[in-house]
Design a protein around this ligand. Structure first.
Ligand code: 5GP
Length: 193
């Protein structure tokens, strides 16, 4: 997605050889126009794939996912990183190790929001080692639903996430694929959409 690559080049900052900061339009401040375009691009690709729900991981996946869900005309479900007192009833949980923080958390889904008839599109902001997306897929499958695809805004193609997800049988479609990061350098390889 050219518009996204341009935005990353103009506003993104490589904090190290493995971490990209995009706080000005995705992770802190959000650019709604860009999110709307992202939603349209994902929806154009997934519109004939029978998607019934978009799942994402709080918090940075929410903005692009809500636009995608709106464009597809389906609900969006936020997988929770923190259990809360109001999250009662049956839940599915999976333990995830955070790439950026190095800590782990229980990703949680209420059984009320997944049905065996669901075909789920999982969307996340970044793909690094594939921990978060694999965990989200496990929750979909715990609810006996189907993972119809995994959509990523920014994939770091030099990390092992895509291989891990593909080896597990999932299809990954990324809007931007970063091939190299170093101080002042952001390089791309060809994206999927
Ligand atoms: P994974 O689970 O694939 O190892 O890492 C993906 C998760 O870690 C994403 O949900 C995202 O929040 C975070 N993440 C991974 N790499 C980066 C990065 O380079 N920059 C930012 N801002 N977040 C990242």
């Amino acid at each position: 997605m050219k518009l996204l690559e341009e935005k990353i080049l103009n506003e993104g900052r490589a904090l190290s050889e493995t971490v990209l900061k995009v706080d000005s339009f995705l992770n802190h401040q959000v650019d709604p126009e860009l999110m709307n375009e992202i939603g349209k691009v994902f929806a154009a690709y997934y519109k004939d794939k029978g998607i019934t729900k978009v799942f994402t991981i709080e918090s940075s996946g929410i903005a692009p996912s809500v636009y995608t869900a709106q464009a597809l005309g389906v609900p969006m479900v936020i997988l929770k990183k923190q259990t809360s007192k109001v999250l009662t009833g049956d839940v599915y949980q999976v333990n995830i190790t955070s790439f950026t923080k190095g800590t782990s958390y229980e990703l949680t889904l209420s059984a009320a929001y997944v049905d065996p008839s669901d075909k789920v599109l999982i969307i996340d902001d970044f793909l690094a080692n594939g921990e978060a997306a694999s965990g989200a897929a496990k929750l979909v499958e715990a609810g006996h639903a189907e993972v119809a695809g995994i959509g990523i805004i920014i994939e770091k193609a030099f990390q092992r996430g895509r291989k891990r997800l593909e080896n597990s049988g999932y299809t990954v479609k990324s809007l931007a694929r970063v091939s190299r990061l170093s101080k002042g350098v952001i390089e791309f390889t060809e994206a999927d959409l």
